[in-house]
Ligand binder design. Structure first.
Ligand SMILES: Nc1nc2c(ncn2[C@@H]2O[C@H](COP(=O)(O)OP(=O)(O)OP(=O)(O)O)[C@@H](O)[C@H]2O)c(=O)[nH]1
Ligand SMILES: [Zn+2]
Length: 356
């Protein structure tokens, strides 16, 4: 169903893009050399295909192939890049302000790049059996690790007897954590999310299947899916391979589609886990032993806080579980990288033997 946005002028889309509306910030500008400024065009990556990408510039969409040394696997939707538009080439990828990635399932030793330069991650759950604080903490760790602002959206408030009960539980998961209980199907929902979707701001939705992500994405974009606009221009009818894309939000922001963000493993997010459990990680410095496991060790500041009632014992359990999982996955990744390096060395020495 199409939502009615009175503030939205359909003709603005894609033709009147400025760097500011695309989300350009001093952080990106500061990476440019003077000659690049004169010769290359800053471009925000909207879709990533197997052999090329589509970027948005102030001149509209650009189809770009990659310069040697760059592969599309290293490019994420939301990335800023420098393009040579006449040659249809992507010349250089700029450093990311934030990078959302996840450990793949079964800890295969890989991290999967999901989106670049997000400002806000809408962590979505609903007022029913999907609601699970451990899962929310997992998403929070991921967002905090990437320095992306997390906002918890609890949908289906219209179907719950006591939505505040869910909201209070979610609020207890962080300091200054924004938590909204919403009806994703209501006409007001885009207005409620507007504070995070202003000019140049980039958001994404994460959460389990069925919690209302598609409903929210439609409400936010008013059904104006940007990729569709690009596809219509593409006479050869080629389509995206990652399934991710950048969609314009009428209030000035951008939504990155993130299919595959339903389940997630944590890996290499020790910082994010500490940031998700500040009341525990801050106290850990005061434990007698530096490697304190916060169990039965003498002089454990965390256990003392639990006895005083300052820390929730269940939070500690979940903190430890997430840490263990993260450590295991991080080690698996390190081992896989090590194997890869060794393989690379073997290959190189085999090559040089051949040449001799
Ligand atoms: N009453 C009510 N129904 C909702 C709300 N949010 C979502 N729904 C309904 O829940 C169902 C699932 O919503 P979707 O938006 O498809 O969920 P999703 O998260 O995109 O699910 P996947 O595509 O499987 O990841 C749909 O029938 C929605 O209409 C809400 O806040 N209130
Ligand atoms: Zn301790």
């Amino acid at each position: 169903m199409r939502k009615d946005f009175s503030s939205f002028d359909e003709d603005i889309a894609l033709t009147d893009l400025t760097l500011a509306t695309l989300g350009w910030q001093p952080f990106f500008m500061s990476q440019l050399e003077i000659e690049e400024l004169e010769t290359l065009t800053p471009t925000r990556i909207a879709t990533v295909h197997r052999d090329r990408v589509v970027g948005l510039s102030t001149d509209g969409p650009l189809e770009l192939t990659l310069d040697p040394g760059l592969t599309t696997g290293a490019v994420a939707v939301g990335d800023w890049a420098l393009a040579a538009p006449e040659q249809h080439r992507l010349v250089r990828l700029l450093e990311r302000k934030t990078e959302l990635s996840r450990g793949t399932e079964y800890h295969s030793g890989e991290r999967q790049l999901i989106a670049a330069n997000l400002d806000t991650l809408f962590i979505t759950t609903s007022c029913n059996n999907d609601f699970n604080v451990a899962r929310l903490e997992r998403y929070l760790a991921l967002a905090h690790d990437a320095l992306i602002t997390p906002v918890i959206l609890i949908t289906k408030a219209d179907q719950a007897d006591d939505p505040d009960h869910y909201r209070d539980q979610a609020r207890s998961l962080g300091r200054d954590l924004d938590v909204l209980t919403i009806n994703a199907k209501s006409d007001e929902v885009a207005g409620h999310l507007q504070p995070w979707c202003g000019v140049g701001q980039t958001v994404a939705l994460a959460g389990s299947s069925g919690v209302g992500k598609t409903t929210l994405a439609n409400a936010l974009t008013g059904g104006h899916a940007l990729t569709q606009d690009i596809r219509e221009d593409d006479a050869r009818g080629r389509h995206t391979t990652t399934g991710r894309s950048l969609h314009q939000i009428p209030t000035g922001g951008w939504l990155i589609d993130t299919p595959g963000m339903r389940g997630l493993g944590v890996a290499e997010v020790a910082f994010g886990i500490d940031a998700t459990f500040p009341e525990i990680s801050e106290l850990a410095d005061q434990c007698k032993f530096r490697d304190c496991g916060h169990e039965t060790e003498p002089g454990c500041a965390v256990q003392a806080a639990i006895k005083r009632g300052d820390i929730d014992a269940d939070r500690l359990k979940r903190f430890k579980k997430l840490k263990r999982e993260n450590q295991h996955a991080t080690e698996t990744i390190a081992e896989a990288r090590d194997r890869y390096r060794k393989l690379g060395k073997m290959y190189k020495s085999a090559q040089s033997r051949k040449k001799r």
